[in-house]
Design a binder for this molecule. Structure first.
Ligand code: TEU
Ligand code: CA
Length: 556
C-alpha cells in the first residue's frame, strides 16, 4: 500500500448514534444533544473515531428527522445551536470527529420552500419540487416506500397538481434538475462544514436525479423500483459538481447511503479519480433472507451463511484497487444485529454479539457500528401495531389491510426486521427505563434492560461491552486489519466464515462460527505454528474446531 492511499476515514471506526434514543437530559422522553454531551466520556471510552448522528435538524418528525423543515436549525426536541456547538467542541476535544446526516433527496412539506412551491403554479419556488399538473392526466406510476397506497404521487388541491414523494407524503422530493436547488444544498453543506463538522452521510443520494418527463417505467424495472430510482441520468454530474463546489474544499469524509447500487456500478461513486464520494453502503448483504424487500417480509428458509460470505467477498473484491468499502450489520433502518445475524437466545446472546463485532472489526472497509450493539441489545419484538412508532411499519400495516393481505404475516416478520427494533432507547443501567429518561420514553424501552445495560457490563472484563472495546483497539493496533488484502478460505463451509488478511508480510487468519453447533474449519494449515491473538471465549480453540459462535483471530 502506498502512503498516499492512507486516509483517516479508512482507518476510522464509525459509531452511529440515533439521537432520539441515546440519552434524554430533560425528562421529556426524547433523547437530545445535552444527553449526548453528558455521555461524551462513555463514547470516548469505546475507542471509536467518528460519530455519525442521524438528522438533528428542524423537523416535524413524520419520519424522525428525515423530513427536514429547516436545514440550518436544531430540532426543538434536541436542543439549541449552542448545545450543538458545545457538543461538537466536546467531541473534538476528545479526538472524535462528527458526521451529520444530509437528507436532500427530499425535504419536509413544512419546509418554507415547499410551502412556497405549493402556493401557486407561478411561485418562484415551484420548480424546487416535482409537480405534475392535472391537465396532463394521471402521471405514470411511481412507487413510494411509506405511502399508505404505495403511490409516490400526491394530489394537491390548491394548485390542482400532483407532487412526487418517494417516501411519505410529508417528504416531497426536491428537484435536483433545477440548478437553484443544487446551489441551496451546497450552501447548507458549507454552513455545517464551516461550523467544523467532519463529514456527511448522504441519505438516498443515489435517488437525486430524475427524468422529469416521468415516462412509464421500462419493463425491466417493473417492481424493481429501487434500481430505477438509483439510475437517474445526471446523478454523477451532480455529485461531481457538489464535490467541486464544496467537498473538495474541506478535509472531511462522505458516505452514500446507496440503495440501488450494485457491485458493478458502485465505483462510479467512489473511485477517487472520479471526484465524487469516499464511500457508499449497499443493501445486498443486509437484505439477505427477505422474501419481499420493501415490505421486509422474511423468507421462511432464512438466510444462508454461504450467501453472506459470497456477498461480502464479492464487495471486497470491488475495492481491491480503487475506492473504499464499508461494513455494517445494523443501523437505524435495521433490527438489532444479534437478533438478525447472531442469536439472541439467553445462552448465545453475548457470545454471538462478540462474534459479530469480531466480523465487523476484521473486515476490510470502514466499519459503521450501531450504538447499543456494543451491549448486545436485542430486538424488542412488538406484538401489536399500536406499539410501533415507525411510519414504515405503521403505513405498511395500513396498506396490507387495504389490500386484504395477511397483517399477521407482516407483524411476525417485523418482530425480526422492523426498524423500531433498532430504535428502542439505549440501556444505561437497571433503573426505570434503563436510565434513558426520567419521563415517558417516546418508544418503549426493551424490558431486558434490567440485565443488559452499560452499568452491568462496565466492570465485567468479559462483557460484550469490554470485548467491543478490546476488538476496536485490536483493529487500530493492527493495520493489517485495515489495509490488508482479504482472502476467503474454506469457501464451501456452511457454518464457518474463514478469511485471511495480509499486509507487509503479516498474515492473520479469522475464523467465525456463525452457528450454535460446534463447527470445524477445514484449512490447509495444521495449526502447528499458529498463534492465537484474540478470541471471544476465555479459552480460544487452537485447532480450528470452533465452539458455538466462536470467533478466533490467529497470526499465521
Ligand atoms: O432510507 C432509505 C432507504 O431506501 C432504505 O433504508 C429503505 O427504507 C429500505 O431499503 C427498505 O427496505 C433512508 C433513511 O435511512 C431512512 O431512515 C429514511 O426513512 C429514508 O431514507 C427517508 O429519508
Ligand atoms: Ca429530551
Amino acid at each position: 500500500m502506498n502512503e498516499s492511499q492512507r486516509k483517516w476515514w479508512k482507518e476510522a471506526v464509525v459509531y452511529q448514534i440515533y439521537p432520539r434514543s441515546f440519552k434524554d437530559s430533560n425528562g421529556d422522553g426524547v433523547g437530545d444533544l445535552r444527553g449526548i454531551i453528558e455521555k461524551l466520556d462513555y463514547i470516548k471510552s469505546l475507542g471509536i473515531d467518528v460519530v455519525w448522528l442521524n438528522p438533528i435538524f428542524g423537523s416535524p418528525n413524520d419520519d424522525n428527522g428525515y423530513d427536514i423543515s429547516d436545514y440550518r436549525a436544531i430540532m426543538n426536541e434536541f436542543g439549541t445551536m449552542a448545545d450543538f456547538d458545545e457538543m461538537l467542541e466536546g467531541m473534538h476535544e476528545r479526538g472524535i470527529k462528527l458526521v451529520l446526516d444530509l437528507v436532500v433527496n427530499h425535504s419536509s412539506d413544512e419546509h418554507e420552500w415547499f410551502k412556497q412551491s405549493r402556493s401557486s403554479r407561478e411561485n418562484p419556488y415551484r420548480n424546487y419540487y416535482h409537480w405534475w399538473d392535472v391537465e396532463k392526466g394521471k402521471p405514470a406510476n411511481r412507487w413510494s416506500f411509506f405511502d399508505v397506497n404505495a403511490d409516490a404521487w400526491a394530489f394537491d388541491e390548491a394548485t390542482k397538481s400532483y407532487y412526487l414523494h418517494y417516501f411519505s407524503r410529508k417528504q416531497p422530493d426536491l428537484n435536483w434538475e433545477n440548478p437553484k436547488v443544487r446551489q441551496e444544498v451546497y450552501d447548507l453543506m458549507r454552513f455545517w462544514f464551516d461550523k467544523g463538522i467532519d463529514g456527511f452521510r448522504m441519505d438516498v443520494i443515489t435517488f437525486i436525479s430524475k427524468d422529469t418527463t416521468f415516462p412509464e417505467l421500462p419493463e425491466k424495472y417493473d417492481g424493481n423500483f429501487v434500481q430505477y430510482y438509483a439510475e437517474g441520468e445526471n446523478r454523477h454530474e451532480y455529485l461531481q459538481e457538489m464535490n467541486q463546489a464544496v467537498l473538495s474544499k474541506y478535509d472531511i469524509m462522505t458516505v452514500a447511503e446507496g440503495p440501488g447500487t450494485t457491485a458493478e456500478n458502485v465505483l462510479e461513486y467512489v473511485d477517487e479519480s472520479r471526484n465524487e464520494l469516499n464511500m457508499s453502503y449497499h443493501f445486498e448483504a443486509i437484505d439477505l433472507g427477505l422474501a419481499e424487500h420493501h415490505q421486509r417480509i422474511l423468507d421462511p428458509n432464512g438466510w444462508k451463511l454461504l450467501d453472506f460470505k459470497k456477498v461480502y467477498s464479492k464487495w471486497d473484491a470491488v475495492f481491491a484497487e480503487k475506492g473504499w468499502g464499508t461494513i455494517y450489520l445494523g443501523n437505524h433502518d435495521q433490527p438489532r444485529m444479534v437478533t438478525r445475524w447472531g442469536n439472541d437466545a439467553p445462552e448465545f446472546r453475548e457470545i454471538s454479539s462478540k462474534m459479530l463485532s469480531t466480523f465487523l472489526m476484521t473486515m476490510r472497509g470502514t466499519p459503521y457500528y450501531y450504538f447499543g450493539d456494543e451491549l448486545g441489545m436485542t430486538n424488542i419484538k412488538f406484538d401489536k401495531i399500536e406499539d410501533y412508532q415507525d411510519i414504515m411499519t405503521i403505513n405498511l400495516h395500513t396498506l396490507f389491510e387495504k389490500e386484504g393481505r395477511d397483517v399477521s404475516q407482516l407483524l411476525e416478520s417485523h418482530k425480526i426486521t422492523g426498524r423500531d427494533n433498532g430504535r428502542t432507547p439505549f440501556q444505561w443501567n437497571d433503573s426505570p427505563n434503563g436510565g434513558f429518561t426520567t419521563g415517558k420514553p417516546w418508544l418503549k424501552v426493551n424490558p431486558d434492560y434490567t440485565e443488559i445495560n452499560v452499568e452491568a457490563q462496565e466492570n465485567d472484563p468479559n462483557s460484550v461491552l469490554n470485548y467491543f472495546r478490546k476488538i476496536v483497539k485490536f483493529r487500530k493496533d493492527n493495520p493489517v486489519l485495515i489495509y490488508g488484502k482479504y482472502t476467503l478460505v474454506d469457501e464451501e463451509n456452511p457454518n464457518v466464515y474463514a478469511y485471511t488478511r495480509e499486509l507487509n508480510g503479516r498474515k492473520l487468519l479469522i475464523l467465525l462460527n456463525f452457528t450454535e453447533e460446534e463447527s470445524a474449519a477445514a484449512l490447509d494449515s495444521d495449526f502447528q505454528n499458529v498463534k492465537v491473538l484474540l478470541g471471544n471465549y476465555s479459552a480460544p480453540s487452537i485447532d480450528g474446531k470452533l465452539k458455538p459462535y466462536e470467533a478466533v483471530i490467529f497470526e499465521v
